[in-house]
Design a protein around this ligand. Structure first.
Ligand SMILES: Cc1cc2nc3c(=O)[nH]c(=O)nc-3n(C[C@H](O)[C@H](O)[C@H](O)COP(=O)(O)O)c2cc1C
Length: 291
């Protein structure tokens, strides 16, 4: 039973680190082998969009720490994800990581789902709309089914230590994860805030015909109901799917991504003929690029 804690904040002994380690310590007490890593200790470069990883099945050409990080993910039977809220969403390294996981998409589709947890930190409610959804996306891509998912609202580093309820809830994650690893009960729907998607907890949805709504993150479908002034959504409507299911991911890759390569090849000469005037404008280089 190996439990990995992923600290998405560079702040040492900040709230993410304290919470992840609280859950890990409890998992260890319950018999798990534990590891913690801080994402910012891994040098990750932004994806360049060359698509060689998917279209040519080649290892990523970027020379950074993505592969050692991926190996840590592979080590784990359960993964706790965390991130601080920076400007309404998770710190940028979370999106950087999500983009770089493209390289492993085909492998991920064949991996067994793993239990885990999603812990976000933020300063204050209503200033964090994108943090849990983005962490849910990361969990979905990594095939992690969370046993719990919440935001801890505390601005100062480690201030969450004084919040007894949150510390208790976090400790429980350690216990639940070990129980789940000992006696797998599979994916469960977690309580979501009112009208947020029942499948992934995201409050963003698109209005569809026939009073339907579609979750913009996972593509579950719900139906709007109104009783007097009260509007609710029932998340069981037909036609919904789970974007992160192996079937949906495989379909996306085989039906769309892989087909874009040959389609592009046919248009390539024509596109290149139109490049010259764009090449003429020089690019301002940052100091590290000019060294
Ligand atoms: C650059 C920066 C931007 C922030 N932006 C937000 C924000 O938009 N919303 C919010 O609720 N908190 C915001 N915060 C507060 C952090 O989310 C909060 O301090 C959190 O507990 C940090 O977690 P950590 O200690 O694990 O790093 C911001 C903090 C920093 C440093």
């Amino acid at each position: 039973m190996k439990v990995l804690g992923v600290i998405g904040s560079a702040r040492k002994l900040g709230n993410c680190e304290v919470l992840v380690k609280e859950a890990l310590l409890q998992a260890q007490t319950e018999g798990a082998e534990i590891r913690a890593l801080r994402l910012s200790d891994f040098h990750l470069l932004p994806c360049k969009g060359c698509l060689a990883c998917v279209l040519k099945d080649e290892p990523c050409r970027l020379d950074d720490d993505m592969h050692p990080l991926w190996e840590q993910f592979q080590w784990a039977d359960a993964i706790i994800l965390s991130a601080p809220t920076y400007f309404l969403g998770p710190g940028g390294i979370i999106k950087l990581l999500i983009d770089r996981l493209f390289e492993y998409s085909l492998q991920i589709g064949q991996m067994q789902p793993r239990p885990g947890a999603i812990i976000a930190t933020a300063g204050l409610p209503e200033w964090d709309p994108f943090t849990l959804p983005m962490l849910s996306m990361l969990a979905g891509i990594l095939r992690i089914h969370p046993v719990d998912r919440f935001v801890a609202y505390r601005p100062g580093p480690g201030e969450v230590l004084l919040d007894e309820d949150t510390m208790k809830r976090t400790k429980q994650i350690g216990t639940t994860l070990v129980r789940e690893l000992q006696h797998p009960s599979g994916e469960k729907q977690l309580a979501a805030s009112e009208n947020a998607c029942l499948q992934c907890g995201t409050p963003f949805f698109m209005l569809r015909d026939n009073n339907q709504v579609e979750c913009q993150l996972c593509q579950a479908r719900g139906e709007i109901q109104q009783e007097g002034e009260r509007v609710t959504i029932t998340w069981t409507a037909k036609g919904g799917k789970n974007r992160w299911s192996p079937e949906a991911m495989a379909e996306h890759f085989s039906e769309w991504v892989l087909r874009t390569g040959p389609v592009y090849q046919k248009k390539r000469d024509e596109i290149q003929k139109r490049f010259p005037k764009y090449r003429e404008i020089p690019i301002v280089l940052g100091p590290r690029k000019t060294k």
